[in-house]
Design a protein around this ligand. Sequence first.
Ligand SMILES: Nc1ncnc2c1ncn2[C@@H]1O[C@H](COP(=O)(O)OP(=O)(O)OP(=O)(O)O)[C@@H](O)[C@H]1O
Ligand SMILES: [Mg+2]
Length: 345
Amino acid sequence: MGKSALGLDIGSSSIKIAELQRTGYSIRLKQYGVYPIPFGTLENGEIKDPQLIADQIRRVLNDLKIKTKGAVIAVAGQTVLVRHIKFPIMAKEELDSGIRFEAERYIPYPIEDACFAYEVINEDAGNNEMEVMIVAAQRQLIESHVQCLKLAGIQPLAVDVQPFALVRALGLTKTQHNKTMAVLDIGAGTSDLVIYRSGSPRFTRIIPIAGNRLTQAVANEFKKSVQEAEKLKIKLGNPLTEEASTDEARVSKAISPVLDELIVEVRRSLDYYRLQQRGDEVDQIVICGGGARLKGCETYFTRELGMRVTKGNPLNLLTVDPSDELFDTAPVLSVGIGLALREVE
Ligand SMILES: Nc1ncnc2c1ncn2[C@@H]1O[C@H](COP(=O)(O)OP(=O)(O)OP(=O)(O)O)[C@@H](O)[C@H]1O
Ligand SMILES: [Mg+2]
């Protein structure tokens, strides 16, 4: 038996679980699942009712007959702060206090309540410059996740951040030398944009426009409940639909302005990045997350952004039992797979 680990992605709309097992050089996706959770269980990334989620996780483990006990989790949400900051090259001790000082400037709550971590992304000796990525989250938020795992009888192996999990899952560290790629994870509450250069994250932005906003737009148009609107969106939504007066066209007319808003924000971020990075252009955007399953999404983004947009595939690095269901679910599993990969890679 090889080493195995769970990746647990507790999103605002669902729990995603991936179990990976390593045997020799191959890594197998042993088990996976996506389970909805009630709206409002997570608030800005914090688990409001750890017992409820823990019970759900226990059921999931039971359903999928998972025996692996160690899991990697990730924190996310609008209060998780990711900043890329340039420093002159300095020793670790000096950097530690530099980071604390910088973090204090950005964190909107007392620094005593924050957990932060950083990683040196790039060193440029010629310009005496190093690029550091700082991640900060409220201690309370992280504790809510850890407590939930304990209640579920799971051993927390590590707490990661979503951008790193994504880059691992989509294999961007290994194959994309000298390329600049962006990943857009379209979730329920937020769409997270990360720009990678040669496999390292260089820019991160959390955009508060995602699946929930699309659903809300459909609910408003049809004067229906959010639950019903959600079904309509998934069944009929397609921003490429053009013929008028069908329900399909109505759904699409409702969601298109929201998608356009998201696209404006993405474009703004790409422009900002280009200015910051002395003209470095993003070559391609990879979309993932539940929102990327919207019909026509890839083509619409390609057309509106005028650049290459593809759907991310976190299965490339894995051995899997192929099925239509798996291929359809794959984009949603990206974060979960990336988390488990951290332990078995
Ligand atoms: N087939 C589909 N077509 C359109 N939208 C879909 C489809 N499947 C799922 N979604 C949408 O994807 C969103 C959920 O995506 P995901 O599971 O990645 O979010 P999350 O991780 O729970 O949320 P967040 O990352 O914001 O915390 C929901 O808004 C849902 O409506
Ligand atoms: Mg998510």
